[in-house]
Ligand binder design. Structure first.
Ligand SMILES: Nc1ncnc2c1ncn2[C@@H]1O[C@H](COP(=O)(O)OP(=O)(O)OP(=O)(O)O)[C@@H](O)[C@H]1O
Length: 606
């Protein structure tokens, strides 16, 4: 039982090195040359202190010998040793300076590398991961300190190797004095070593548990300090309440921090007393042996150096281990994130079986992860090339979800969606997405120029001013863009110098133009494209709609019936199910849900 416990404690302590290998691997792949230099300098810096201590002994012994010989004494030998020590000290200083330079260079390279790894991984992940709070915690943990922790671990690992080398060589020098002294010193060092690893582990667990609270804190900071929230925070007078929550979170976290810091400091001090006492007992022993004439003055000088430096090397090693554990555990978070399972490999098809078939939904059902109620149930529809479909339904009926399935942001739980006769899953997702132009309700307002805000609709032509203009014309954005100070070159948003803010409707025109920018796309998805536009703009879009989307299949979601009428076919959904389908005239004639809502809205205008 006891041995098992001991083994566990040992394993826990050795876990310090679990991620060191990976961190070194990361450094190795980041810059081989720097890793080799770092390793070499570490070796030199680790071995030289013992060599210097030994030369010190040679100096004293040679001096004593020469002094005893009086006037005939040999002065050249002690002086040669002094020269040798000077060279060793110069080398040591050089290697330490070299280590600092390597670390500075690596800091920049490694920070960039790890950040890139994290961002590249984020790109491969499905939308569902970003809606999952646990995943966010992982992402936050990985991104927090991504630029410093890996290098810190490498520095500490190498630092520890350097300290260990020094301690081992000190040990070798000391063995000559007494094996027992070495054994006692090692045993006396163990409690401090184990204590340090234990507290460092605790610090990490605290750090991981806290991810949700830290995320809440970041969120509150954002609410209080970002321009998109500030209007509402001021007008609803939320400032004090939000600050109160922020303070409360800090106080809770600080309480835990303070406890751990105090315990760690107190125990660290107590346990290090054990090793210090052992050190000084051994030191006293050496003094006695010298007085008794059992060892030379040179030996005593050497042991004196070994003890002084051994003590400080040992505490440096302990500090390294303490920090290393935290770095290590940070890396475990990072790898947790990087090794998050990516979705199964996507299909590879770039062409369908029957290009004239268009899009079909066959009995498609879908429930969001974590929800009980399906968002869509048994949806079937068919859209031939060039046809326009409007989807109508009350809030939460499943319209946007249908679009998310079509754009393959989510995968149906049952049934299938085909494009040109081929299941969406079989399509190469890049090819598929190139065929779709889309504007969502919560489109992104990039803090870029007007032109780029439209250009992002087709990154291949991001900077193509001709295409910007054509898209802006289709999206009804051209007239107001012409009035902006720098036309298409006007910087938008307030984050960067000279940025202009647009109105809600103007932004929507930019977003609509962005969808039209994807002129090669034959599927256009418009989720509430005109909800913020004035009546005139909407009327004009309505008039030109058929011409500008002539060859495109269009999915149009709108609560405005004036817009809905643009479509060939209208589908009414309720609680995730299709309840009516037909042309505007057909649905009016049926006198169902559509007719009811249409008449309701029309009555509002009379
Ligand atoms: N990311 C999500 N995770 C979990 N549930 C979701 C998510 N998005 C939507 N839902 C749920 O799925 C249902 C359908 O939502 P959807 O966004 O498709 O509605 P909608 O018809 O587009 O509504 P609106 O007219 O308000 O835009 C709703 O009950 C909603 O609560």
């Amino acid at each position: 039982m006891k041995t098992k416990k001991n083994r566990n404690t040992l394993r826990q302590s050795l876990a310090v090195f679990r991620y060191s290998g990976r961190a070194i691997g990361l450094v190795w792949t980041t810059s081989r040359a720097l890793t080799i230099i770092l390793a070499t300098l570490t070796l030199v810096a680790g071995l030289l202190p013992a060599a210097i201590a030994y030369i010190g002994k040679l100096i004293v012994d040679a001096v004593v010998l020469s002094a005893q010989a009086g006037a005939d004494g040999d002065i050249s030998r002690p002086l040669m040793y002094v020269g040798l020590e000077a060279i060793a000290v110069i080398l040591l200083a050089g290697s330490q300076r070299g280590l600092t330079i390597c670390q500075s260079l690596l800091r920049a390279l490694l920070g960039q590398r790890v950040n890139l790894l994290i961002l590249e991984k984020s790109l491969t992940l499905d939308l569902k991961y970003f809606e999952d709070s646990e995943f966010y915690d992982k992402l936050l943990n990985a991104r927090r300190e991504a630029s410093v922790r890996p290098l810190s671990l490498v520095n500490r690992t190498f630092g520890l190797v350097q300290n260990a080398l020094s301690l081992v060589t000190y040990g070798i020098l000391l063995v000559k004095f007494s094996v027992w002294a070495v054994i006692v010193l090692i045993l006396a060092a163990m409690p401090a070593f184990i204590g340090e690893t234990k507290f460092a582990g605790e610090a990490f667990r605290l750090f991981s548990w806290r991810a949700p609270e830290t995320r809440q804190q970041h969120y509150l900071e954002n609410l209080l300090a970002r321009e998109d929230f500030v209007t509402e925070v001021k007008l609803y007078q939320l400032g004090e309440m939000l600050l109160g929550r922020y303070r409360q979170l800090f106080n809770n976290l600080y309480g835990e921090d303070r406890d751990l810091t105090l315990r760690r400091g107190w125990w660290g001090y107590l346990l290090s007393l054990v090793s210090t006492t052992a050190f000084y007992l051994a030191y006293g022993w050496i003094v006695i042996e010298t007085v008794l004439g059992k060892i030379s003055l040179g030996d005593m000088t050497m042991y004196l150096t070994v003890f002084r430096q051994g003590q400080s090397t040992f505490s440096a090693a302990l500090t390294s281990i303490g920090g290393m554990y935290e770095d290590n555990l940070y890396l475990s978070n990072l790898y947790d994130f990087l090794e998050e399972q990516t979705p199964q490999p996507w299909g590879t098809a770039s062409k369908g079986i029957n290009p004239k078939d268009g899009i079909r939904f066959e009995n498609v059902s879908f429930t969001y992860p974590g929800n009980l109620k399906p968002a869509l149930q048994n949806i079937s529809l068919h859209l031939k090339p060039g046809e326009k479909l409007a989807i109508v339904g009350e809030n939460g009926s499943g319209k946007t979800t249908l679009i998310k399935l079509l754009t393959r942001l989510y995968t149906p739980d049952s049934g299938r969606i085909t494009l040109d006769g081929l299941d969406l899953q079989e399509w190469d997702v890049e090819v598929l997405r190139r065929r779709i132009g889309v504007i969502f309700q919560n489109f992104v307002r990039y803090q870029f120029t007007v032109g780029e805000n439209i250009g992002v609709g087709d990154v291949e032509y991001l900077e193509d001013t001709n295409r910007w203009q054509k898209a802006a014309q289709k999206g009804m954005a051209q007239p107001f863009i012409n009035q902006l100070p720098n036309s298409f070159q006007t910087q938008l948003g307030r984050w960067f110098k000279g940025g202009q803010e647009l109105s809600g409707g103007q932004w929507q025109k930019i977003a609509l133009s962005r969808a039209f920018m994807r002129s090669r796309a034959d599927i256009l998805v418009l989720d509430e494209p005109t909800s913020a536009m004035d009546a005139q703009a909407e009327y004009e879009i309505f008039n030109h709609f058929r011409t500008v989307t002539k060859n495109q299949m269009v999915f149009l979601i709108s609560h405005r019936f004036s817009t809905v009428r643009m479509a060939d076919n209208i589908m009414v959904i309720e609680s995730g199910k299709v309840v009516e389908q037909g042309t505007h005239e057909e649905l009016l004639a049926t006198g169902g849900q559509y007719a009811k809502l249409f008449l309701l809205q029309a009555a509002g205008y009379q």
